[in-house]
Design a protein. Sequence first.
Length: 116
Amino acid sequence: MTKRNEISWLKDIYQSIEKIEGHPQYQYGRKGYDPDEYFRGWIYLHVERICEAATHLCNDHNYDKKPTELPWRKIMGTRIILAHCYWNIEEDIIWNVVAQHLPILKTKIKEWLFLE
């Protein structure tokens, strides 16, 4: 298997955020999230992908050692919760990630990818 490069991981994060924001239920915020099991699953999948890409950025490209306000260790820890503790997911935490942290991460990724 070919080792993926830094840009590929950054694009994965950006695309996953775009997929979450592009889901029809996203426009309703938490009111669209809580009752819709399929939307929650969509978010879990893409947040997990974001976290996996963050893990590779930290392990392979030392992003956790770069001066940035992003909480890389918490991002990586979120993947572990989603992948291994799915029966005990705290919806408030996941929605907070989506509503509060993903916009910040998206802005930073756009800067790094020179998309602005």
